[in-house]
Design a protein around this ligand. Structure first.
Ligand code: UD1
Ligand code: CA
Length: 458
């Protein structure tokens, strides 16, 4: 590989056709900003210098990329005077070797494609990533001589009809000899149809100076596709999701329908994992062996241990699910839900910041918040931990083998002792002793001889 390697990412454009307050490069594919995809790709090349040229919404772009990005350098382009002008803003920060120019709105270029381009420029050549399209309208065209050598790139708006008929286009991605850039960039003129300083004019200058020009093509057209509007954003999102789904299928996961699968982050998995349709995985999700995820589930930053079954329509976030557990349908695990092995959490149950011990069951219509539940506990239908007095949160403790009757309110702070039982409909505001039955509800009374009011008969 050619070193040192500088990567310059152009990200100053506004993206008018997105019709959005958000700068274009911050729109997302698979939950990550477009420019974030480009930076991931750039970093895989291990550049010695990584510069982002920002302009429109620059502070927003910097803020969005701020965390954990200490390797980034910034160059500000106050006015968008063209791609050549944008590159020139980064020039003072470049350090010899090769400079690879990427676009912040071309998110899906393969690392291997860029490696091939860098390999092609060894020995001081200039490299262009080109593609041959049936319809290259709108793109710069690659002009070659009879011997097939590249002479120049001509922009659509400056092209003669013969040039406009050329099907080989400039993807925009260039690999440039850094030492020559200062001289060439100073020579760029804006006497063209758009009145811009074109990076593409560097090619003719290189040819004039006897620098050889190499071209490389991507494996797939979409690698060089940029995003200017929501139609293109949606199309590349689909391609990205398809690629991820194919990789997971290849690695042995069963996706009932790879076209109805969304991964916005990373998914690690064991063997014999089955994912039904319309599931969304976000952040870091880890699925053990023999895990089954039902249709229409959302899992964000969740770990699911071996053999657990998530039934359809569950929403799970920042939660840990133990081996053999059964969740849902229609369960919600919120941040801090930690379930041990063989736990059952059934329909319309919400669990937040709570630990549930081995073999315990909360099967129907309950809210468990700020609670520690021991092993082999059964929580009856409709039970609520009253953890919040409007100001402070309090904890509930339910010890091993306790049985909570249906429709209980456990008013925290409160402890239900081991093997304690509570009666249905109880409001438990004081600790319930271990091993005993505690009932806290109005006694049932019958009023003898009570007269039901009746309408007078006329
Ligand atoms: C550019 C190429 C064209 C190529 C096409 C591929 C030039 C002159 N033309 O055309 O040959 O086929 O890309 O998509 O380079 N940008 C800045 N600052 C500027 C101008 C642009 O940061 O002053 C950024 C934009 O945000 C965008 C990228 O550079 O990410 C490309 O700019 P754009 O104006 O879209 O170039 P095209 O006219 O499409
Ligand atoms: Ca463009």
């Amino acid at each position: 590989m050619t070193h040192p390697l500088n990567v310059v990412v152009l990200a100053a454009g506004q993206g008018k056709r997105m019709y959005s307050k958000l700068p274009k490069v911050l729109h997302q594919i698979a939950g990550k900003p477009l420019v974030g995809h480009v930076l991931d790709t750039a970093r895989a090349l291990q550049p010695s210098k990584l510069v982002v040229v920002h302009g429109h919404g620059g502070e927003q772009v910097q803020a969005a990329l701020a965390s954990g990005q200490s390797d980034l350098a910034w160059a500000h382009q106050a006015q968008q005077l063209g791609t050549g002008h944008a590159l020139a803003q980064a020039l003072p920060q470049l350090e010899g070797g090769v400079t690879l120019m990427l676009y912040g709105d071309v998110p899906l270029t393969r690392v291997s494609t860029l490696q091939a381009l860098l390999a092609a420029v060894e020995g001081g050549k200039l490299g262009i990533l080109t593609d041959v399209l049936d319809d290259a309208t709108g793109y710069g065209r690659i002009v070659r001589n009879a011997a097939g050598e590249v002479l120049a790139i001509v922009e659509q708006k400056d092209a003669t009809p013969e040039q406009a008929a050329i099907r080989e286009m400039n993807t925009g991605i260039l690999a440039l000899p850094t030492e020559r850039l200062a001289g060439w960039l100073a020579e760029l003129k804006n006497d063209n149809a758009q009145g811009e300083y074109y990076a593409t004019d560097l090619i003719a200058l290189a040819v004039r100076d006897g620098v050889a020009v190499a071209t490389v093509q991507p494996q797939d057209h979409w690698e060089a596709e940029g995003i200017n509007n929501k139609v293109q954003l949606a199309a590349l999102e689909r391609i990205f999701q398809q690629q991820q789904a194919q990789a997971l299928l290849t690695a042995g996961i069963t996706l009932r329908d790879p076209a109805r699968f969304e991964l916005r982050g990373t998914l690690a998995h064991g063997m014999d994992v089955i994912v039904d349709v319309n599931c969304v995985f976000e952040g870091q999700v880890v699925l053990g062996h023999d895990v089954s995820i039902g249709a229409n589930c959302v899992l964000k930053n969740v770990t699911v241990a071996d053999g657990a079954v998530i039934h359809p329509f569950c929403h799970l976030e920042d939660a840990v699910i133990g081996a053999g557990s059964l969740i849902g349908p229609y369960a919600r695990l919120r941040p801090g839900a930690e379930l041990s092995e063989n736990v059952h959490v059934g329909n319309f149950v919400e669990v937040k910041k709570s630990v549930i011990g081995v073999g315990s069951k909360v099967n129907h219509l309950s809210y468990i918040g700020d609670t520690t539940i021991g092993c082999d506990v059964n929580v009856g239908a409709g039970t609520i931990t009253c953890n919040y007095d409007g100001v402070n949160k309090f904890r509930t403790v339910i010890e091993d083998e306790a049985r909570i009757g249906s429709n209980n309110c456990l008013v925290a702070p409160v402890t239900i002792g081991a093997r304690a039982t509570t009666g249905a409909g109880s409001v438990i505001g004081k600790n319930a002793p271990a091993g005993e039955l505690t009932v806290a509800r109005a006694k049932q009374v019958t009023i003898p001889g009570w007269q039901r009011p009746e309408k007078p008969t006329k």
